[in-house]
Write a protein that binds this ligand. Structure first.
Ligand code: ADP
Ligand code: MG
Length: 322
């Protein structure tokens, strides 16, 4: 049986020198922020049977645990710098640890984000990551910054992760190849870090957040924090490639209120559309304009003809479980 220290040394401590002044091994890590940069900090926890199935592929878990955290940095327009990893493990299983650290470090290295510390304990499988990013003061994309007249934009596509869950839960029946394609969206989300950086650097975006609990619920956070309302063109929402093959009702439900999308939703003044498209090209990330921020409170859903739609939906809420 591996000791806690052997486990950390074997799977999580690496020789290469990163950005941190002091990494794993002491009581604290030391980070030296670049001159005139703010730190952006976010934490996300993944709990077995809540956020992932028991027996989930450890490589994908390693990826997803960091991806959902990088997604928060992206939504703020921050550049990833470092992260900590707190792990509760039922046992020290070398095959699991090997896979988990492989998925974790593949994504960490792609974003030059260094593991600088953490905690390891025995217990029901629970993965908690805290990320540290940096940005220029005043450039953070805050939820409270949407203004009437802003366009609402979405990166990438929505709904395939939710469709994969629907397949697992037998709400829909998908060909195995399509189920696998949708499932890759669920298990291996792509944090939109390059787009967040480009939008913040332009600077063109007012407000932004990442869509983790379904677009409608998450957009609601922007509306509440900014004291504004919006009209959302539901039929303009970009459905994931697997969802795009499904019927209209399912497309509407899963693009508006799916969950686990990890795309960015952001608002930009109408006069800055060219700047958004330039940022999208620079980040090699597709973007779609899907609505408008308005002074009148509330969220109005409309179809392709501008007619009101009532889908009777809200985003995912972990405590009400709806
Ligand atoms: P302490 O008892 O001072 O909290 P620990 O014994 O928990 O220290 O950890 C020893 C070192 O290993 C610390 O630098 C800590 O940050 C690091 N560490 C512990 N668990 C992990 C982990 N899962 N991933 C990365 N670093 C870890
Ligand atoms: Mg400790």
């Amino acid at each position: 049986m591996l000791s806690e220290f052997d486990l950390i040394k074997r799977y999580f401590k690496r020789d290469r020198q990163g950005r941190a002044t002091l990494g794993i091994g002491d009581d604290c890590a030391l980070l030296t922020p670049a001159p005139n940069r703010q730190l952006a900090i976010s934490t996300d926890m993944l709990v077995e049977d809540r956020h992932f199935f028991a027996g989930a592929d450890p490589v994908m878990l390693g990826h997803k645990a960091l991806a959902v955290n990088l997604s928060d940095l992206a939504a703020m327009g921050a550049r990833p710098v470092a992260f900590t990893l707190s792990l509760a493990l039922p046992q020290a299983d070398p095959a699991w640890l090997e896979g988990f650290s492989q998925g974790l470090f593949a994504l960490a290295d792609a974003h030059e984000c260094e593991l600088i510390g953490g905690d390891t304990t025995k217990g029901p499988l629970n993965i908690c990551i805290t990320v540290f990013g940096e940005l220029a003061p005043g450039h953070a994309l805050r939820r409270s910054a949407a203004r009437p007249g802003d366009d609402i934009w979405i990166s990438g596509t929505l709904g395939d992760a939710r469709l994969a869950l629907a397949g697992y839960w037998k709400e829909v029946e998908l060909f195995p190849s399509l189920q696998a394609q949708a499932a890759s969206r669920l298990h291996m989300p792509t944090p939109r870090v390059a787009l967040g950086l480009a939008l913040a650097a332009a600077p063109c975006a007012h407000a932004a957040l990442d869509i983790s609990d379904g677009l409608i619920g998450d957009l609601g956070h922007i509306l509440a924090a900014s004291s504004v309302g919006a009209t959302l063109d539901v039929d303009a929402l970009p459905a994931g490639p697997v969802l795009a093959r499904q019927g209209r009702d399912l497309r509407r439900r899963f693009t508006t209120a799916g969950g686990d999308d990890y795309e960015l939703c952001f608002t930009v003044p109408e006069g800055q559309r060219d700047a958004v498209l330039a940022a999208a090209v620079q980040a090699a990330t597709p973007v779609t304009r899907v609505g408008t921020i308005e002074a009148a409170p509330g969220l109005r859903l409309v179809d392709a003809h501008g007619a009101p739609l009532d889908l009777g939906l809200t985003g995912w809420d972990h405590f009400s479980g709806t």
